[in-house]
Unconditional design. Structure first.
Length: 65
């Protein structure tokens, strides 16, 4: 069972969210405006739930490597 987002280190979660945003933008799943908005929100947030919500609607996941 995966660890809840609020129980994970915020820096690790933020990095994963940013990676996922980059992947989705790179595959043209996000517009530039949406990418920049979500990226700004990710960089400003210290809330695990809020960070997870930023990518909850994105299907493409970043490679764990």
């Amino acid at each position: 069972m995966p660890v809840k987002s609020q129980d994970r280190p915020i820096d690790v979660l933020r990095e994963e969210v940013i990676d996922q945003l980059i992947v989705n933008y790179g595959h043209e799943e996000l517009s530039l405006e949406a990418f920049e908005r979500r990226l700004d929100q990710a960089l400003a947030s210290d809330d695990g739930n809020e960070l997870s919500e930023l990518v909850s609607d994105l299907e493409l996941k970043a490679d764990e490597r």
